[in-house]
Design a protein around this ligand. Structure first.
Ligand code: HEM
Length: 121
């Protein structure tokens, strides 16, 4: 049964299920090659907890971390598709929709900046 996103455990489930799919996706997986996923996951738990739960858990500059990657519009589309699919697989309600809206708006901002810099393939 689907539930609301209301605890740290829910956020961890969402993020880990999302990464399980991303790391199997032929378009996205190469971007994560060489990254220590066991170190990356807790950062992402903190990022999404701070957005969806309490405002705490992440201090960083997420955009900058994407500059060294060779990202394309197709990759962002796939990333969002997998994210939305994962959210709806497990969750429903206000926070679930908020997660999707935030992901879309951050993806939009990342792409606009990368495009401006001539870095969006
Ligand atoms: C094409 C789509 C994307 C790909 C392939 C991608 C890939 C990555 C990779 C490989 C890292 C690790 C970078 C590193 O530690 O060196 C990373 C970090 C991160 N990404 Fe993405 N990303 C994408 C889109 C997004 C979007 C849309 C969001 C937000 C909704 C996001 C949020 C983050 C955050 C918060 C970090 C952690 C930054 C830190 O370590 O402080 N990413 N991403």
């Amino acid at each position: 049964m689907k539930k609301e996103i209301s605890s740290r455990g829910d956020v961890e489930l969402l993020v880990s299920a999302f990464y399980e799919k991303v790391l199997k996706d032929e378009l996205l997986a190469p971007a994560f090659a060489g990254l220590d996923i066991q170190k990356h996951l807790p950062v992402m738990y903190g990022f999404w907890s701070s957005i969806l739960l309490d405002g705490y858990g992440y201090t960083g500059s997420p955009f900058d971390k994407h500059l060294r990657l060779d990202l394309s519009e197709a990759m962002f589309e796939r990333w969002l598709l997998i994210f939305e699919k994962t959210v709806h697989e497990y969750f429903e309600g206000e926070k679930a929709e908020q997660a999707i809206q935030r992901a879309r708006s951050i993806a939009w901002i990342f792409q606009s900046k990368l495009r401006e810099m001539g870095k969006l393939g």
